[in-house]
Ligand binder design. Sequence first.
Ligand code: BEZ
Ligand code: FE
Length: 297
Amino acid sequence: MIIKDEASVTTAVLDAMSKAPDARLKELMSAFVRHMHAFAREVRLTEEEFEFAADFLNRIGQATNDKHNEAILFSDSIGFSTLVCLLNNGNAGATETASALLGPFWRMHSPNTQNGGSIVRCPTPGPALFATGRVTDPRGKPLQNAEVDVWHSSPVGMYENQDENQADMNLRGKFTTDAEGRMSFRSVKPAGYPVPTNGPVGQMLRAQQRHPYRPAHLHFLAFKPGFKTLITQVFVAGDEHLESDVVFGVTKDLIGDFRRHDAGTPPAADVKAPWYTLEFKLVMEPGEAKLPTPPIR
Ligand code: BEZ
Ligand code: FE
C-alpha cells in the first residue's frame, strides 16, 4: 500500500500483518501496533524522543547478561510485571491473589535442602530467621511433596549473584513439603534493598525522582504437578518502603508476620537475641505446573 498520510500508515501495517497464520500472534501484534501508533499520536512523539527511546531499548539489551536481566527490571519498575501477574492470577484479576512478580533474580537450580536446614551458605549479617510455610490447596488441604524454592537478598542489599563476597547460592534453597504440607528453613531476616541503578532503569528512576528501594521480602516459588506454579513474596510488616515499592509488588495479602523474640530459649544454640520467626501460607490453585524461564543463570 502506498502511504497517503499519517493516518493511513496504521491501516497499512495492520493490513500487512493480517495474514499471520498464528491467530494469537496476529492478535498480539495488531493490538501492539494500534497502541504504539496511538501512543505516538497522543504525545506527538518527536524524532529526538524516538531516537532516545530506541537507544534506551538497545541499552536495556546491552545491560542484560547471564547474571542480570535489565528487561525484566524495566518491566517491573513500570508496574507491567505486576499487572501481568494480577491479570493471570486470582480469577483473572477478579480476586486478591497470593501471587507476586518473579523479579529478575530467580535461579533454576537452587540447592535441595532438608526441612529446617539453613540457606545461609557463608557468613551473612543480620538476625536469625526461622520460617515455616504451609502449602495447601484452596480448601486448606495440605499439599505434600510440593517443591518450594526460596530466595532473598542479603541484608547488605545484594543477591548472591550480584555480590562476589557471597557464596554461590547463598540465601537460596529448595524444600519439599511433608505430609502436613509444611516446609521450614533457617535464614537471616531480609532487609530492604535498592534495585540495580547503574543501567537505563536507574537513569529513568532518577529522571522521575523515584527512590530505587524494595521493601524487605522473601521470594517463594511453589511447584507441584496438577497445580498452577505459585510465585510469590512475603514482605516484612512495617518496612518503610511498603507503600512505595519501586516495582509495585506489594499487595495486602503478602505482608507477613515476622515476629521478633528478645528473650527465651533460642531455636538453635548459636542464636543470639533478637531472632525472628515467620509462619506463612502458600495456597496453590489447581492448574498447570509450569516453570518460568529463569531470568538469570
Ligand atoms: C526482586 O525482588 O528480586 C526484584 C524484583 C523486581 C526488580 C528487582 C528486584
Ligand atoms: Fe527480591
